[in-house]
Design a protein around this ligand. Structure first.
Ligand code: SF4
Length: 248
């Protein structure tokens, strides 16, 4: 049993993009695992992932082979840095630059930013959850710390309550995949909505070095302080809407 896959490229700026595969259940999978039953959707999802992890691992390795992965923006060895940020900063960055600026100031003010910020979404328990890190160049070296929901071999799994609109999670997903590549070859990140009711089971995000350029340029602008807000659908629920001139 395998998933059906549909590929698309999410574009960022004029030159960059990330390849994403929508994973759909085939008919037997739909009937056996995801049909209406008394067991919760989340439990069925975990059973499905356990059964399909070898196939996902194979796909991650094969699909990342087609991408250019090596990048001067990433280091794994000890590097001098001034700032340590949680990987979720990339979610804020892809929503709007001003939000990531606010988030950086907030992180600096917290005693243990990592645990407060890297919250778990949903209630799904699957695989191993551990802290990972890398150094990322954005005009200066920044230590990025992340706790993906699960890492199994070369597959990072991130659960989310979001379905359909996952664009703002792609930066973090790519960074998680690079964190995983410190120990494994050919890592990709599977974003899995924990809420039922959609057609797809998840989204397999394939990293590439070009997108790191984009993230690096964006974060560098924010660190330099040259930021503007951008009124967008996230403003309504934004943590900073009361202090943001665009949020009211
Ligand atoms: S309220 Fe909107 S414009 Fe302001 S920081 Fe939040 S997301 Fe950005």
């Amino acid at each position: 049993m395998t998933f059906l896959m549909r590929r698309y490229v999410e574009r960022f700026g004029d030159y960059y993009g990330v390849t994403v595969y929508h994973l759909y259940p085939d008919q037997p999978m739909q009937e056996e695992f995801l049909g209406t039953g008394s067991i919760s959707y989340q439990r069925r999802l975990v059973e499905l992932l356990e059964r399909e992890i070898s196939w996902l691992s194979y796909q991650s390795r094969t699909l990342t082979l087609k991408e250019h992965l090596s990048s001067p923006k990433i280091r794994y060895r000890d590097t001098r840095y001034r700032l340590s940020l949680p990987a979720r900063i990339f979610d804020d960055l892809l929503v709007c630059r001003l939000r990531s600026r606010f988030a950086i100031e907030r992180v600096k003010a917290l005693e243990d930013p990592r645990m407060e910020y890297e919250r778990r979404e949903g209630d799904v328990r699957f695989g191993e959850r551990r802290r990972m890190e890398l150094y990322f160049y954005a005009g200066e070296w920044v230590r990025i710390v992340g706790i993906p929901d699960a890492i199994i071999n070369n597959v990072v799994i991130e659960f989310t309550i979001t379905r359909q609109n996952i664009r703002h999670i792609l930066g973090r997903a790519v960074i998680y995949a690079y964190m995983c590549m410190r120990e494994n070859t050919g890592c990709a990140t599977l974003i899995v909505p924990t809420t039922g009711g959609g057609d797809e089971v998840g989204y397999l995000v394939i990293p590439n070095s070009g997108f790191l350029e984009y993230l690096s340029n964006e974060l560098a602008e924010v660190l330099k302080g040259e930021v503007e807000g951008l009124r967008n659908p996230f403003c309504k629920s934004c943590l900073y809407r009361n202090v943001c001139p665009y949020g009211l």
